[in-house]
Each structure stands twice: as C-alpha cells, then as structure tokens.
Design a protein around this ligand. Structure first.
Ligand SMILES: [Zn+2]
Ligand SMILES: [Zn+2]
Length: 418
C-alpha cells in the first residue's frame, strides 16, 4: 500500500478514536476563566490551523470540537475585546502569565536513550538532544524524533515544583492563583491569573523570565562581595535569607556539605580544594553554627565563582522563555487530547503534583488495536511498558497503539474480511 494511503488510514483511525473520546467526555472539558474574551485555535487532523474563534459558553466550544474532531485544541493566554477579529484589531486587554516547562529544554540523560535526530541534507543521524546545526555538514535542517519516559517527565515536574515555590516565596503568588496543566506530551504549563499580572507587557514578562531562570545572576548581583571585591565572610548570604540570596546560600550549603568528590570535581574544583572542603566538613559537622562562608575561608574568587555558578544553575527553573514573553500565545486546553501522543492534557492539583504520573493518569482509551510498527524504542503508556519494536504487527491496548500512530511510528493493520 502506498505511503499516502497508510497516512490516510492512520489519520482516520486516530480521528475515530479522538471523536469517540470527545463524544463520551464532553462534559469534562474545562474552559479557561473568562472564556468569552479568549481566542481559541484548533489544529485539524489534516494539519490545517483554524484560529480566531471565540465562544461565549462551553456548549458552543464543545459542539465545535465534536463537529471538527481537532488533533489539538488551544486558547489564548490573552483577553481581547474582539477575540474573532484579525490579530491587530482584537483589542488586547491583558494576558495571564504563562510558564512552559518541557523536557525539550531540560538536559536529561534519558534523551540519549530515547531521542534521535537526523539531518535532512546529509542524512547523518545521532542519539540524544538535537544539535543546533548538523555536526557533519553544518546545516540547520534537522528533523527530530523525541519520546518521553518516566525520568524526563519527573525532571520536568521537579522544575514545576521549583517554579511554584519561587513564585510563591519571591512574588507572593499563592497556590489559588496558579493553575498547573500536564501538556499531554513532555511537559507542564503553569498559568498565573492574578489581576496584577494581566497588564504586564512583553518586556516586563521578559524580566520575570530572567529572574526565574537566574539569567545574569552572579556574585555581584547577589551582594556577595565587599567593596574590594573580596567575598564577604561575616556578612555573606545566609540560608535563612529571602529570595535568590537565600536560595543560592542553601544550595551552596548543600554542595559543600553533601556533594561527593565527583560532583565537586565536575564543578571545577581542584583536588587540593576538594581536600580542604572534606577536611573542614568533618570539623564543622559537630558544630551547630554551619557558617558556610567560614567553612571555605581561603578559597579564591575564581573558586567561589564556580560554586556560585553551579548553585545558580541548579536553582534556576528551566522554562521556555519565549512562551512567557509572548502576550498573544495560544496554549493547550486541559481535558483535550494531544495530537502528538493521544494522551490527555489535564489540570493537576498542586497538592497532588508530586505523586502525579502522566504515563498512568493521562491515558484515556480502552480496548485493543492491531498495528504494524516500523520502529519504536521502549516506552510506557497507561502504566505498562512496551517495545522496543521493529517491523512487527502487534495487538496493543488502544492507548499504546494510538500513541505509536500519533507519533507516526506505526499504521493500522486492516483485518482481512472472512
Ligand atoms: Zn548534515
Ligand atoms: Zn526520558
């Protein structure tokens, strides 16, 4: 059968299953607050994007979804007087503050295991994170094949937890004004919808993004040096300090008291310095006063710089800053399906986040489907592990089959008519 036919068959089955989902789950679709002032966008299964739609009530939205069975559903973070007008005459009146945390932007070891890239020009391929340019021919036409696993989703979640903590302690945003949604693929979105963030412009949002990512933070900004450029021993940062100063102090404390030799070496500390840290650790261990700067008295400025850099990078939150600064951004609607995986995007209560496992809780389909799998690494869906597969027919639970179909790694097998 031709590739075109296989693509059509794949699309038809995915659309069928998505349609069934929306028919039976329409009452669970959760519109964003003030839905009538938002723009809605829909990516149809044929790849066409329909934008500039608006709905006064959830019923209208639901019937549109039922009628068109889109592969992805989005709404604007922004509020408009006329959401259906062309972009420049919508009359923007404000926008939620959005943070996008995605395994794509986090360095994880598991990517070596499950992600691949290939160069469309010279056909070079490689494992792990996609490079900016092809290491073989230097061109930028690279295609990527990304998967998710428990490990990268957990890492993304850790970033969300860090972000919640930071927004709460440094910006005073309480949990009632944060909404956390699993994206249905490799990450999470966090929405802040307090009145005072709505009018922030792009520049102000950029400043918040820089703050959250610790961009440009160094010892100077943290107030760690005296006028002569020497590290302040007496008046240095304390673990009880507020905001970044305390955050960095707590992390430095952790590094100095808990990091093993390998980690200290990876920071860039020389053997002699590592020895000093280990010796002082023992001496200070028994004392109640764990003054961390006193602990490493005698360290040069360069060593301090390395430690501070590492502390900042471990405390910074890995967000996609483009999403935060874009005041017209469209963002996925919870309780709709992600066309890249067939998993459900969903709201997660902040108190439930730690134990939330999307690979178990975001699957929606029942039953079985037979598919032919071209190639797939090992993956988990619905709490079960599958694969790796290569060039085989498999009768899989529908959630796993749809996952492979959405990733275009398989196509439906038509059962012969007897
Ligand atoms: Zn190349
Ligand atoms: Zn992973």
């Amino acid at each position: 059968m031709s590739e075109e036919n296989l693509e059509q068959r794949t699309r038809a089955l995915v659309r069928d299953k998505f349609s069934e989902y929306y028919r039976t789950n329409k009452s669970t679709i959760l519109p964003p607050p003030y839905m009538e002032r938002r723009e809605f966008g829909f990516l149809l299964t044929e790849g066409v994007m329909v934008r500039h739609k608006s709905f006064k009530q959830v019923e209208g939205l639901v019937s549109f979804i039922e009628a068109t069975v889109p592969s992805d559903v989005y709404h604007s973070a922004a509020y408009y007087l006329d959401p259906e007008a062309p972009m420049d005459s919508k009359c923007w009146t404000g926008s939620d503050l959005i943070f996008d945390i995605d395994a794509d932007h986090i360095d994880t070891e598991c990517k070596e295991r499950h992600d691949r890239w290939s160069c469309l020009e010279c056909k070079a391929t490689g494992h792990g994170k996609t490079p900016k340019t092809c290491p073989n021919c230097g061109r930028q036409k690279l295609s990527e094949d990304t998967w998710m696993c428990y490990d990268c989703l957990e890492r993304a979640k850790e970033e969300v937890l860090k972000l919640i903590d930071l927004l709460n302690s440094d910006f005073g945003v309480n949990h009632d004004h944060m909404r956390v949604n699993f994206s249905g693929h490799r990450g999470y979105h966090l929405h802040v919808d307090t009145e005072d963030v709505k009018s922030l412009g792009s520049e102000e949002r950029k400043a918040i993004a820089d703050y959250v990512t610790g961009t440009g933070l160094d010892g100077d900004l943290l107030g760690l040096y005296d006028l002569d450029g020497r590290i302040k021993i007496e008046d240095g940062p304390k673990i009880t300090d507020p905001s970044w100063r305390g955050r960095v102090a707590r992390r430095i404390d952790k590094i100095l008291f808990e990091a093993d030799v390998e980690e200290l070496r990876s920071i860039g500390l020389k053997s002699k310095m590592i020895e000093t840290v280990r010796k002082r650790r023992k001496e200070v261990e028994s004392s109640k006063d764990r003054s961390l700067l006193g602990l490493i008295e005698g360290f040069g400025e360069q060593t301090w710089k390395l430690i501070i850099q590492r502390a900042v990078s471990l405390e910074s939150v890995g967000i996609d800053t483009v999403v935060t600064t874009d005041i017209h951004r469209l963002i996925r609607l919870p309780r709709t399906l992600n066309g890249k995986t067939g998993l459900r995007a969903m709201k997660v209560q902040i108190g439930e986040l730690r134990k939330f496992n999307p690979l178990e809780q975001a699957t929606v389909f029942g039953g079985y489907e037979t598919v032919h799998i071209q190639e797939a690494p090992q993956f988990t869906v619905g709490g079960e592990q599958y694969g790796p597969f290569k060039d085989v027919d498999e009768n899989l639970p529908t959630a796993a089959a749809i996952f492979l179909l959405c990733k275009r790694k398989a196509y439906p097998v038509v059962k012969p008519i007897v």
